[in-house]
Design a protein around this ligand. Sequence first.
Ligand SMILES: [Zn+2]
Length: 434
Amino acid sequence: MFELGIDSAPTVDDIHRGTAVVSRIGEGRDDVERIDLMRALEELKCAAEAAQAMLTAAFDRSQREREARAGVPVERRGRAVASQVALARRESPHRGRQHLGLALVLEELPCTRDAFRAGRITEWRVMLLARETACLSKADRGEVDRRMAGDADVLEAMGDGELVSRAREAVYELDPVSFVERRRRAEADRHVGLRPAPDVMSQLSALLPAKDGVAVWAVLGREADQRRAAGDERSRGQIMADTLVRRMLDPREGERSLPLMINVVVPDSVLLGDDHNFGWIEHYGPVPGDLLREWIATNAEDGVDQWVRRLYVAPATGALVAMDSSARRFEGRLADYLRLRDRGCRTRWCDSPVRHLDHALDHADGGLTSAANGQGVCEHCNYAKQALGWSARPRPGPRHTVETVTPTGHRYLSTAPPLTVAERGLRVDFVMTA
Ligand SMILES: [Zn+2]
Protein backbone atom coordinates (compact mmCIF):
# COMPACT_ATOMS: atom_id res chain seq x y z
CA MET A 1 0.00 0.00 0.00
CA PHE A 2 2.86 2.39 0.72
CA GLU A 3 5.19 0.95 -1.95
CA LEU A 4 8.23 1.45 0.19
CA GLY A 5 11.61 -0.15 0.19
CA ILE A 6 12.19 -2.14 3.38
CA ASP A 7 14.69 0.32 4.80
CA SER A 8 13.13 3.65 3.85
CA ALA A 9 11.31 5.59 6.56
CA PRO A 10 7.87 6.74 5.35
CA THR A 11 7.39 10.44 4.60
CA VAL A 12 4.34 12.61 5.22
CA ASP A 13 3.38 12.08 1.53
CA ASP A 14 3.53 8.31 2.02
CA ILE A 15 1.17 8.56 5.00
CA HIS A 16 -1.23 10.80 3.01
CA ARG A 17 -1.29 8.13 0.29
CA GLY A 18 -2.07 5.56 3.00
CA THR A 19 -4.93 7.74 4.30
CA ALA A 20 -6.25 8.01 0.74
CA VAL A 21 -6.19 4.19 0.47
CA VAL A 22 -8.11 3.79 3.74
CA SER A 23 -10.66 6.43 2.80
CA ARG A 24 -11.47 4.43 -0.35
CA ILE A 25 -12.59 1.40 1.69
CA GLY A 26 -16.23 0.81 0.87
CA GLU A 27 -18.66 -1.72 2.31
CA GLY A 28 -16.41 -4.76 1.72
CA ARG A 29 -17.16 -7.71 -0.56
CA ASP A 30 -18.65 -10.01 2.08
CA ASP A 31 -18.95 -10.35 5.85
CA VAL A 32 -15.69 -12.30 6.19
CA GLU A 33 -13.82 -9.48 4.48
CA ARG A 34 -15.69 -6.86 6.53
CA ILE A 35 -14.48 -8.44 9.79
CA ASP A 36 -10.95 -8.89 8.41
CA LEU A 37 -10.86 -5.24 7.31
CA MET A 38 -12.05 -4.08 10.74
CA ARG A 39 -9.24 -6.01 12.45
CA ALA A 40 -6.63 -4.78 9.96
CA LEU A 41 -7.79 -1.17 10.47
CA GLU A 42 -7.67 -1.63 14.25
CA GLU A 43 -4.04 -2.76 13.95
CA LEU A 44 -3.28 0.18 11.67
CA LYS A 45 -4.80 2.61 14.22
CA CYS A 46 -2.70 1.14 17.05
CA ALA A 47 0.49 1.22 14.98
CA ALA A 48 -0.27 4.83 13.98
CA GLU A 49 -0.72 5.84 17.64
CA ALA A 50 2.54 4.07 18.54
CA ALA A 51 4.30 6.00 15.77
CA GLN A 52 2.82 9.26 17.13
CA ALA A 53 4.17 8.39 20.59
CA MET A 54 7.67 7.72 19.27
CA LEU A 55 7.64 10.95 17.26
CA THR A 56 6.46 12.82 20.36
CA ALA A 57 9.34 11.50 22.49
CA ALA A 58 11.89 12.40 19.75
CA PHE A 59 10.30 15.87 19.38
CA ASP A 60 10.56 16.43 23.14
CA ARG A 61 14.28 15.51 23.11
CA SER A 62 15.02 17.74 20.13
CA GLN A 63 13.09 20.76 21.50
CA ARG A 64 14.91 20.48 24.84
CA GLU A 65 18.29 20.30 23.08
CA ARG A 66 17.40 23.35 21.00
CA GLU A 67 16.41 25.29 24.14
CA ALA A 68 19.61 24.17 25.87
CA ARG A 69 21.65 25.57 22.98
CA ALA A 70 19.70 28.86 23.24
CA GLY A 71 20.56 29.10 26.94
CA VAL A 72 17.06 28.44 28.32
CA PRO A 73 17.45 27.32 31.99
CA VAL A 74 16.88 23.59 32.45
CA GLU A 75 13.70 24.00 34.55
CA ARG A 76 12.05 26.01 31.76
CA ARG A 77 12.95 23.66 28.92
CA GLY A 78 10.29 21.59 27.18
CA ARG A 79 7.36 23.44 28.72
CA ALA A 80 5.64 24.13 25.38
CA VAL A 81 6.18 20.66 23.88
CA ALA A 82 2.78 19.33 24.95
CA SER A 83 1.02 22.38 23.47
CA GLN A 84 2.66 21.79 20.08
CA VAL A 85 1.78 18.08 20.17
CA ALA A 86 -1.81 19.05 21.00
CA LEU A 87 -2.06 21.52 18.10
CA ALA A 88 -0.63 18.93 15.69
CA ARG A 89 -3.18 16.35 16.90
CA ARG A 90 -6.08 18.86 17.04
CA GLU A 91 -6.59 18.25 20.73
CA SER A 92 -6.54 20.28 23.96
CA PRO A 93 -3.24 21.05 25.74
CA HIS A 94 -4.51 18.81 28.54
CA ARG A 95 -4.64 15.86 26.12
CA GLY A 96 -1.28 16.98 24.71
CA ARG A 97 0.25 16.57 28.17
CA GLN A 98 -1.24 13.07 28.43
CA HIS A 99 0.18 12.12 25.02
CA LEU A 100 3.61 13.46 25.99
CA GLY A 101 3.54 11.66 29.34
CA LEU A 102 2.64 8.38 27.66
CA ALA A 103 5.34 8.81 25.01
CA LEU A 104 8.00 9.30 27.71
CA VAL A 105 6.78 6.35 29.80
CA LEU A 106 6.76 4.13 26.72
CA GLU A 107 10.54 4.47 26.49
CA GLU A 108 10.71 2.55 29.78
CA LEU A 109 8.29 -0.15 28.57
CA PRO A 110 10.12 -1.62 25.54
CA CYS A 111 8.07 -4.86 25.25
CA THR A 112 4.80 -2.90 25.45
CA ARG A 113 6.12 -0.46 22.87
CA ASP A 114 6.96 -3.27 20.45
CA ALA A 115 3.45 -4.74 20.80
CA PHE A 116 1.98 -1.24 20.33
CA ARG A 117 4.02 -0.63 17.16
CA ALA A 118 2.97 -4.03 15.81
CA GLY A 119 -0.68 -2.96 16.25
CA ARG A 120 -1.43 -5.59 18.91
CA ILE A 121 -2.41 -3.36 21.84
CA THR A 122 -4.50 -0.17 21.88
CA GLU A 123 -3.33 3.23 23.11
CA TRP A 124 -5.89 2.97 25.93
CA ARG A 125 -4.38 -0.30 27.22
CA VAL A 126 -0.87 1.13 26.96
CA MET A 127 -2.14 4.06 29.02
CA LEU A 128 -3.60 1.70 31.65
CA LEU A 129 -0.28 -0.13 31.90
CA ALA A 130 1.62 3.15 32.18
CA ARG A 131 -0.76 4.35 34.90
CA GLU A 132 -0.51 1.15 36.93
CA THR A 133 3.30 1.20 36.85
CA ALA A 134 3.66 4.96 37.41
CA CYS A 135 4.69 4.50 41.06
CA LEU A 136 7.58 2.08 40.31
CA SER A 137 11.30 2.58 39.85
CA LYS A 138 12.57 2.30 36.30
CA ALA A 139 13.97 -1.18 36.98
CA ASP A 140 10.71 -2.50 38.52
CA ARG A 141 8.71 -0.96 35.72
CA GLY A 142 10.91 -2.79 33.21
CA GLU A 143 10.25 -6.03 35.09
CA VAL A 144 6.44 -5.53 34.95
CA ASP A 145 6.81 -4.72 31.25
CA ARG A 146 8.62 -8.04 30.65
CA ARG A 147 6.00 -10.01 32.63
CA MET A 148 3.01 -8.31 31.01
CA ALA A 149 4.17 -7.78 27.44
CA GLY A 150 7.08 -10.19 26.98
CA ASP A 151 4.71 -12.51 25.16
CA ALA A 152 2.67 -10.36 22.76
CA ASP A 153 0.15 -13.19 22.21
CA VAL A 154 -0.72 -13.22 25.91
CA LEU A 155 -0.87 -9.40 26.08
CA GLU A 156 -3.10 -9.22 23.02
CA ALA A 157 -5.57 -11.66 24.59
CA MET A 158 -6.08 -9.56 27.75
CA GLY A 159 -9.07 -7.28 28.25
CA ASP A 160 -8.85 -3.95 30.11
CA GLY A 161 -9.88 -5.41 33.48
CA GLU A 162 -7.53 -8.40 33.30
CA LEU A 163 -4.65 -6.18 32.21
CA VAL A 164 -5.16 -3.82 35.16
CA SER A 165 -5.52 -6.54 37.78
CA ARG A 166 -2.49 -8.52 36.55
CA ALA A 167 -0.38 -5.35 36.41
CA ARG A 168 -1.49 -4.47 39.96
CA GLU A 169 -0.55 -7.90 41.24
CA ALA A 170 2.91 -7.60 39.68
CA VAL A 171 3.39 -4.07 41.06
CA TYR A 172 2.34 -5.11 44.56
CA GLU A 173 4.68 -8.10 44.50
CA LEU A 174 7.65 -6.00 43.37
CA ASP A 175 7.10 -2.92 45.52
CA PRO A 176 4.34 -2.96 48.16
CA VAL A 177 5.55 0.33 49.65
CA SER A 178 4.81 2.20 46.44
CA PHE A 179 1.11 1.44 46.90
CA VAL A 180 1.06 3.74 49.93
CA GLU A 181 2.97 6.43 48.05
CA ARG A 182 0.56 6.10 45.19
CA ARG A 183 -2.48 6.56 47.39
CA ARG A 184 -0.94 9.70 48.86
CA ARG A 185 -0.31 11.05 45.39
CA ALA A 186 -3.86 10.24 44.33
CA GLU A 187 -5.24 12.13 47.36
CA ALA A 188 -3.31 15.20 46.24
CA ASP A 189 -5.35 15.14 43.01
CA ARG A 190 -8.68 15.70 44.82
CA HIS A 191 -10.82 18.32 43.10
CA VAL A 192 -14.32 19.47 42.19
CA GLY A 193 -15.47 19.81 38.57
CA LEU A 194 -18.47 21.19 36.71
CA ARG A 195 -19.57 20.11 33.24
CA PRO A 196 -22.65 20.96 31.20
CA ALA A 197 -25.04 18.00 30.95
CA PRO A 198 -27.91 17.47 28.43
CA ASP A 199 -31.25 19.30 28.87
CA VAL A 200 -29.68 22.32 30.58
CA MET A 201 -28.51 20.29 33.54
CA SER A 202 -25.01 20.31 34.98
CA GLN A 203 -22.81 17.54 36.30
CA LEU A 204 -21.06 18.60 39.51
CA SER A 205 -18.45 16.04 40.45
CA ALA A 206 -15.86 15.62 43.16
CA LEU A 207 -12.82 13.36 43.14
CA LEU A 208 -12.26 12.58 46.83
CA PRO A 209 -10.33 10.20 49.07
CA ALA A 210 -12.56 7.15 49.59
CA LYS A 211 -13.40 7.95 53.23
CA ASP A 212 -14.59 11.50 52.40
CA GLY A 213 -16.66 10.40 49.40
CA VAL A 214 -18.31 7.58 51.38
CA ALA A 215 -19.03 9.91 54.32
CA VAL A 216 -20.68 12.62 52.18
CA TRP A 217 -22.72 9.98 50.37
CA ALA A 218 -23.85 8.48 53.71
CA VAL A 219 -24.90 11.86 55.17
CA LEU A 220 -26.98 12.68 52.07
CA GLY A 221 -28.53 9.19 52.13
CA ARG A 222 -29.43 9.44 55.84
CA GLU A 223 -31.12 12.82 55.31
CA ALA A 224 -33.10 11.37 52.37
CA ASP A 225 -34.20 8.31 54.36
CA GLN A 226 -35.33 10.44 57.33
CA ARG A 227 -37.29 12.82 55.13
CA ARG A 228 -38.96 10.03 53.15
CA ALA A 229 -39.91 8.28 56.42
CA ALA A 230 -41.53 11.59 57.46
CA GLY A 231 -43.61 11.64 54.27
CA ASP A 232 -41.48 13.62 51.81
CA GLU A 233 -42.64 12.56 48.35
CA ARG A 234 -39.46 13.39 46.46
CA SER A 235 -37.33 10.45 45.33
CA ARG A 236 -34.27 9.48 47.36
CA GLY A 237 -31.99 10.81 44.60
CA GLN A 238 -33.88 14.12 44.43
CA ILE A 239 -33.67 14.69 48.19
CA MET A 240 -29.94 13.86 48.17
CA ALA A 241 -29.33 16.36 45.35
CA ASP A 242 -31.47 19.06 47.00
CA THR A 243 -29.72 18.51 50.34
CA LEU A 244 -26.31 18.86 48.74
CA VAL A 245 -27.28 22.21 47.18
CA ARG A 246 -29.00 23.50 50.33
CA ARG A 247 -26.08 22.64 52.61
CA MET A 248 -23.63 24.35 50.27
CA LEU A 249 -25.62 27.51 49.65
CA ASP A 250 -27.34 28.11 53.00
CA PRO A 251 -25.16 29.98 55.48
CA ARG A 252 -24.45 28.08 58.64
CA GLU A 253 -25.43 29.67 61.94
CA GLY A 254 -23.21 32.52 62.94
CA GLU A 255 -21.75 32.85 59.45
CA ARG A 256 -22.20 36.01 57.44
CA SER A 257 -23.57 35.35 53.98
CA LEU A 258 -21.42 36.58 51.13
CA PRO A 259 -22.84 37.77 47.83
CA LEU A 260 -22.25 35.39 44.97
CA MET A 261 -21.78 36.70 41.45
CA ILE A 262 -22.84 34.75 38.39
CA ASN A 263 -22.26 36.43 35.04
CA VAL A 264 -24.87 36.03 32.34
CA VAL A 265 -24.88 37.49 28.84
CA VAL A 266 -28.23 37.88 27.13
CA PRO A 267 -29.35 39.79 24.07
CA ASP A 268 -31.95 42.33 25.22
CA SER A 269 -34.54 40.70 22.94
CA VAL A 270 -34.30 37.57 25.11
CA LEU A 271 -34.43 39.51 28.34
CA LEU A 272 -37.46 41.60 27.43
CA GLY A 273 -39.47 39.58 24.98
CA ASP A 274 -40.07 35.98 24.20
CA ASP A 275 -37.77 35.06 21.40
CA HIS A 276 -36.05 31.73 21.07
CA ASN A 277 -32.51 32.95 21.37
CA PHE A 278 -30.00 31.75 23.94
CA GLY A 279 -28.21 33.50 26.75
CA TRP A 280 -24.81 32.44 27.98
CA ILE A 281 -23.73 31.72 31.55
CA GLU A 282 -20.07 32.11 32.41
CA HIS A 283 -18.43 28.76 33.36
CA TYR A 284 -21.42 26.86 31.95
CA GLY A 285 -22.38 27.77 28.39
CA PRO A 286 -25.58 28.52 26.45
CA VAL A 287 -28.94 28.47 28.25
CA PRO A 288 -32.36 28.92 26.56
CA GLY A 289 -33.90 32.38 26.97
CA ASP A 290 -37.10 31.14 28.63
CA LEU A 291 -35.12 29.52 31.45
CA LEU A 292 -33.10 32.69 31.98
CA ARG A 293 -36.28 34.78 32.17
CA GLU A 294 -37.68 32.33 34.71
CA TRP A 295 -34.49 32.52 36.75
CA ILE A 296 -34.48 36.31 36.74
CA ALA A 297 -38.16 36.43 37.73
CA THR A 298 -37.63 33.94 40.58
CA ASN A 299 -34.67 35.91 41.87
CA ALA A 300 -36.80 39.08 41.82
CA GLU A 301 -39.60 37.33 43.77
CA ASP A 302 -37.08 36.04 46.31
CA GLY A 303 -35.73 39.55 46.78
CA VAL A 304 -32.30 38.64 45.40
CA ASP A 305 -30.32 41.69 44.37
CA GLN A 306 -29.61 41.73 40.67
CA TRP A 307 -28.80 44.37 38.20
CA VAL A 308 -28.43 44.69 34.51
CA ARG A 309 -25.77 46.77 32.91
CA ARG A 310 -25.06 47.38 29.32
CA LEU A 311 -21.67 45.92 28.59
CA TYR A 312 -21.27 47.08 25.05
CA VAL A 313 -23.34 48.25 22.17
CA ALA A 314 -23.66 46.81 18.68
CA PRO A 315 -20.30 46.28 17.00
CA ALA A 316 -21.52 48.47 14.14
CA THR A 317 -21.34 51.54 16.35
CA GLY A 318 -17.92 50.42 17.50
CA ALA A 319 -18.01 52.24 20.83
CA LEU A 320 -16.44 49.54 22.92
CA VAL A 321 -15.05 47.29 20.22
CA ALA A 322 -12.72 50.05 19.18
CA MET A 323 -11.88 50.84 22.76
CA ASP A 324 -8.29 50.53 23.81
CA SER A 325 -6.35 51.49 26.84
CA SER A 326 -2.98 52.97 27.56
CA ALA A 327 -2.67 50.63 30.54
CA ARG A 328 -0.30 47.69 30.55
CA ARG A 329 -3.06 45.34 31.71
CA PHE A 330 -6.57 44.58 30.47
CA GLU A 331 -8.96 46.04 33.03
CA GLY A 332 -12.53 47.18 33.58
CA ARG A 333 -14.97 47.10 30.70
CA LEU A 334 -12.32 46.05 28.19
CA ALA A 335 -11.52 43.02 30.38
CA ASP A 336 -15.25 42.20 30.66
CA TYR A 337 -15.58 42.50 26.92
CA LEU A 338 -12.66 40.11 26.20
CA ARG A 339 -13.93 37.48 28.64
CA LEU A 340 -17.39 37.56 27.16
CA ARG A 341 -16.18 37.67 23.54
CA ASP A 342 -13.80 34.72 23.93
CA ARG A 343 -15.73 32.72 26.59
CA GLY A 344 -13.01 30.03 26.71
CA CYS A 345 -9.26 29.84 26.07
CA ARG A 346 -8.49 31.03 22.55
CA THR A 347 -5.98 28.27 21.76
CA ARG A 348 -7.43 26.01 19.09
CA TRP A 349 -9.02 22.85 20.57
CA CYS A 350 -8.40 24.02 24.16
CA ASP A 351 -11.72 24.19 26.02
CA SER A 352 -10.35 25.50 29.32
CA PRO A 353 -11.89 28.55 31.01
CA VAL A 354 -10.20 31.93 30.55
CA ARG A 355 -7.75 32.67 33.36
CA HIS A 356 -5.57 35.39 31.82
CA LEU A 357 -6.12 38.25 29.43
CA ASP A 358 -3.12 38.26 27.15
CA HIS A 359 -1.60 40.57 24.56
CA ALA A 360 -1.49 38.50 21.33
CA LEU A 361 1.42 40.66 20.16
CA ASP A 362 3.46 41.26 23.31
CA HIS A 363 3.18 44.65 24.96
CA ALA A 364 7.01 44.80 24.94
CA ASP A 365 6.95 44.38 21.14
CA GLY A 366 4.52 47.26 20.69
CA GLY A 367 1.29 45.26 21.09
CA LEU A 368 -1.64 47.48 22.13
CA THR A 369 -3.88 46.95 25.13
CA SER A 370 -6.90 46.80 22.83
CA ALA A 371 -9.82 44.54 22.01
CA ALA A 372 -8.09 43.59 18.74
CA ASN A 373 -4.80 42.63 20.38
CA GLY A 374 -6.35 41.05 23.48
CA GLN A 375 -7.24 37.42 23.92
CA GLY A 376 -8.48 35.24 26.77
CA VAL A 377 -6.24 32.25 27.48
CA CYS A 378 -5.98 29.54 30.11
CA GLU A 379 -3.08 29.32 32.53
CA HIS A 380 -1.30 26.56 30.63
CA CYS A 381 -1.54 28.23 27.21
CA ASN A 382 -0.39 31.55 28.61
CA TYR A 383 2.66 29.77 29.99
CA ALA A 384 3.38 27.83 26.77
CA LYS A 385 3.14 30.98 24.68
CA GLN A 386 6.06 32.51 26.58
CA ALA A 387 8.41 29.68 25.55
CA LEU A 388 11.22 30.16 23.04
CA GLY A 389 10.11 30.65 19.42
CA TRP A 390 6.37 31.34 19.91
CA SER A 391 4.67 34.41 18.48
CA ALA A 392 1.12 35.63 17.94
CA ARG A 393 -0.66 38.57 16.35
CA PRO A 394 -4.23 39.60 15.53
CA ARG A 395 -5.32 39.09 11.88
CA PRO A 396 -7.94 41.17 10.12
CA GLY A 397 -11.28 39.46 9.47
CA PRO A 398 -15.01 39.68 10.09
CA ARG A 399 -14.59 37.87 13.41
CA HIS A 400 -11.73 38.41 15.81
CA THR A 401 -8.82 36.19 14.73
CA VAL A 402 -5.41 35.54 16.24
CA GLU A 403 -2.60 33.80 14.37
CA THR A 404 -0.14 31.84 16.50
CA VAL A 405 3.18 30.61 15.12
CA THR A 406 4.89 27.75 16.98
CA PRO A 407 8.69 27.16 17.12
CA THR A 408 8.49 24.76 14.14
CA GLY A 409 6.89 27.53 12.03
CA HIS A 410 3.42 25.92 11.99
CA ARG A 411 0.62 28.49 11.91
CA TYR A 412 -2.71 28.14 13.72
CA LEU A 413 -5.64 30.54 13.42
CA SER A 414 -8.07 30.98 16.29
CA THR A 415 -11.37 32.75 15.67
CA ALA A 416 -13.62 34.07 18.44
CA PRO A 417 -16.96 32.23 18.85
CA PRO A 418 -19.90 33.65 16.85
CA LEU A 419 -21.28 36.88 18.24
CA THR A 420 -24.96 35.96 18.06
CA VAL A 421 -25.50 36.01 21.80
CA ALA A 422 -23.03 38.67 22.83
CA GLU A 423 -23.67 40.94 19.85
CA ARG A 424 -26.12 43.27 21.47
CA GLY A 425 -25.33 41.81 24.82
CA LEU A 426 -26.49 43.01 28.14
CA ARG A 427 -24.80 41.54 31.10
CA VAL A 428 -26.85 40.49 34.09
CA ASP A 429 -25.00 40.19 37.33
CA PHE A 430 -26.96 38.01 39.70
CA VAL A 431 -25.88 38.80 43.17
CA MET A 432 -27.25 35.82 45.02
CA THR A 433 -27.17 36.38 48.72
CA ALA A 434 -26.92 32.87 50.04
ZN1 LIG B 1 -5.70 26.94 26.77
